[in-house]
Design a protein. Structure first.
Length: 272
């Protein structure tokens, strides 16, 4: 009764130039393009200048890929990659970490905002909505690649990844992708009704929700790090998620308090 999953990771190959399109790359690209469409629409709705959006897309893709690759190499298999640094460049062989991708995305967006004179928190509140959606698309790509699978399970919804072994496992990629899609919808609703909140509130919610989901679902995954965690109760992915959750809580609290404090100060000044 278990679902057997044995999809070829390669969607098709162009023989003349020996170029292959993989499912993962397709979902990655589609996610970013849909995210770009959403950002473009929201910019127009808010009468914001859209001239720099094409450049922003390039910054985001570069930051995500570079950050995700370095995150995987340095957090999950540092001994191998630090002794074989050239292997870090071979991104086509696989190995991307979402925490590194998130950090790279933040840094390149900060750089973009500094160059093109955007308010970072205002822009980040908008961008985290399509970012959650892109995260869901990437996890769909992981499912098609039969990677980042879960621990064994006897549940009827277990999936046998034939390219891995004959053991039914939690399709944790599906759990994660559905969670991120739902978070994207939730963030959009909050974004539309958060005018009374300060800048950064939606971004804080993004950190809290996405990385809390990651912490919970890590319990259904085998440890992905190449080194021994010395019987730690938490995985590397959970340790890396905790700072994002804390940062998100701080952002939510500060963005909620600052408008109220500003009103109190203004009222006191007026009354005097």
């Amino acid at each position: 009764m278990f679902l057997h999953w044995n999809v070829d990771p390669i969607l098709f190959t162009i023989p003349v130039i020996n170029l292959s399109l993989r499912w993962y790359g397709l979902f990655f690209a589609v996610g970013f393009l849909l995210g770009y469409y959403f950002a473009n629409r929201e910019f127009r709705n808010r009468n914001l200048n859209t001239d720099g959006l094409d450049k922003l897309l390039g910054y985001m893709i570069a930051g995500t890929l570079v950050g995700a690759r370095l995150g995987h190499c340095l957090a999950y298999d540092p001994q191998f990659y630090l002794t074989h640094p050239v292997e870090i460049l071979k991104i086509w062989q696989g190995g991307l970490a979402s925490h590194g991708g998130g950090l790279g995305l933040i840094l390149t967006t900060l750089l973009y905002c500094k160059i093109y004179k955007y308010n970072f928190l205002n822009l980040a509140d908008l961008l985290c909505i399509p970012t959650a959606f892109v995260g869901g698309m990437i996890r769909v790509g992981n499912f098609f690649n039969s990677e980042i699978y879960g621990k064994p399970t006897d549940a009827d919804y277990g999936v046998i990844f034939d390219r891995i072994d004959s053991i039914p496992r939690h399709p944790v990629q599906v759990y994660e992708s559905i969670s991120y899609f739902l978070i994207s919808v939730f963030l959009y609703i909050v974004y539309k009704h958060s005018q009374k909140r300060g800048s950064g509130f939606v971004l804080g919610l993004f950190f809290v929700t996405v990385f809390s989901v990651r912490i919970v679902l890590e319990y259904l995954k085998p440890e992905q790090a190449s080194y021994d965690m010395n019987n730690s109760m938490l995985t590397v992915g959970q340790y890396l998620s905790i700072p994002f959750v804390v940062a998100g809580l701080v952002l939510c609290i500060l963005s909620s308090l600052l408008p109220s404090l500003r009103n109190i100060i203004n009222n006191n000044v007026v009354s005097k």
